[in-house]
Design a binder for this molecule. Structure first.
Ligand code: MN
Length: 128
């Protein structure tokens, strides 16, 4: 079972937080700082799960999810995508799911929730 996670996020504080949290459980984190970079990286590398910020500097997370789901790379049709929404407004979550994300979580990122959400799809290489 794989353990490579791609995080598409433009905020360096969130990136650092999530990197530390996931690497402590043995996951390998790939970082993309924009939507277009994220789509390109997902198509180029073997990725087991994608964490997706919605507010990105170029294309937004909804558009990223649609492009991933519509990619010519077959595995991206079902690679799990966890959306991370900035405001807990009901519409955000529904839009994320409609765009092809599997689940969503709200900022600020709660590390225990993150671990649990990720582990629902891929087992942690290092359990505490
Ligand atoms: Mn952002």
């Amino acid at each position: 079972m794989g353990s490579v996670i791609l995080y598409i996020e433009d905020n360096p504080d969130n990136m650092m937080l999530v990197k530390r949290a996931l690497e402590s459980r043995g996951y390998t984190l790939l970082e993309a700082l924009s939507g277009l970079d994220g789509v390109a990286m997902a198509e180029k590398k073997e990725v087991d799960l994608i964490l997706l910020d919605i507010n990105l500097p170029d294309i937004d997370g909804y558009e990223v999810a649609r492009r991933l789901r519509g990619s010519a790379k077959p595995t991206l049709a079902y690679t799990p995508i966890i959306a991370i929404t900035a405001n807990a407004l009901k519409g955000d979550a529904e839009k994320a799911l409609a765009a092809g994300c599997d689940v969503y979580m709200s900022k600020p990122i709660n590390i225990r929730e993150l671990w649990a959400r990720v582990e629902a799809f891929i087992q942690a290489p290092h359990k505490p």
